[in-house]
Design a protein around this ligand. Structure first.
Ligand SMILES: [Zn+2]
Length: 302
């Protein structure tokens, strides 16, 4: 390591990938990620089995085709608890650095809630557009995918886009987390070193506190990710206890995998028709992508 390199490392902030000359991750492009958020919203509401969900899948797969080392889909069906038909669900997976036995799983749900049940009046029966609750996590994952196409974190990475996270009526827990539960149930011997879930990570002025189950069951992973955020000076990550949320990380915690949920549940537009791009910001997406990329390098032991 030469003097110039040492200087660059000193400037690039402590506690982040610097040793052994490993290059730091590229800087995420918030505007490009925001365009992915808008593109999903323009697909319309995206509950399981909907035309909007099919359009969103096409957008996600188009973006992944540009750089992922392998892309796969996982289809399954359930009986629709709220309708006469069966419901077809599809998880999408993009993998990078296929030969690495040590892997990290990054997840987000791409489905959106079929009813705005936190809204008022007749709006409660209408589907949401899910700019923050749905599109934001996917947008960050797509930006991470573009980084992984040109930057090697030193570890294998799998991105999974879950269907059917937000389908159940309130209290009807069996019909939440359908995609992630199916993935965890069918993953065989696959055991990632860590799972990081992104859900509601795009709000303007967001505050991502420490989700309750994450702190309780994966405190070391909380330390890594919030430590990275702190070292990068990303102030939207706030190391205070947040609510415990039954979310797509729970099936992985149940399987014994350290898993955390990065979520800002303080969004006043949550599960309402007001969950729109105007409440989201490119900088929020870029900040989360940056923390995730640097966390990958940390999890690789760099
Ligand atoms: Zn939701």
């Amino acid at each position: 390591m030469g003097a110039a390199r040492r200087l660059a490392c000193a400037a690039a902030l402590l506690a982040v990938a610097c040793d052994r000359g490993a290059p730091p991750p590229p800087m995420p492009d918030g505007e490009r990620a925001f365009a992915d958020l808008v593109a999903q919203v323009e697909c319309g509401p995206r509950p399981p089995g909907s035309p909007g969900a099919a359009r969103a899948r096409r957008h996600i797969l188009d973006q992944l085709s540009l750089g992922a080392h392998r892309v796969a889909t996982q289809e399954f069906a359930i009986r629709d608890p709220y309708g006469a038909d069966s419901l077809r669900l599809v998880n999408l997976q993009a993998s990078f650095y296929l030969d690495r036995p040590v892997r990290v799983l990054l997840g987000a749900h791409y489905d959106t809630r079929p009813r705005a049940d936190r809204d008022t009046g007749r709006a409660r029966d209408l589907p949401i557009l899910g700019a923050n609750d749905g599109a934001s996590g996917v947008a960050v994952l797509l930006e991470v995918a573009r980084a992984l196409a040109v930057w090697d974190p030193g570890i294998g990475v799998d991105l999974v886009f879950f269907d059917g996270e937000d389908y159940g009526q309130e209290g009807d827990l069996e019909y939440y987390l359908m995609g992630s539960r199916h993935f965890a149930r069918t993953m065989g011997p696959y055991r990632p070193r860590a799972m990081i879930l992104l859900d509601m990570v795009g709000r303007r002025d967001q505050r991502i506190r420490v989700e309750g189950y994450s702190q309780q069951m994966a405190p070391e992973l909380v330390d890594v990710v919030f430590g990275v955020a702190e070292s990068l000076g990303v102030r939207s990550f706030v190391r205070e206890p947040g609510p415990a949320v039954v979310d797509d990380h729970v099936p992985f915690l149940r399987a014994g995998i350290p898993a955390i949920d990065l979520i800002d549940l303080d969004d006043p537009s949550w599960h309402t028709l007001a969950d729109l791009p105007e409440n989201c910001a490119p900088e929020s997406l870029a900040d989360v992508a940056r923390v995730v990329l640097h966390s990958l390098a940390r999890l690789a032991g760099r």
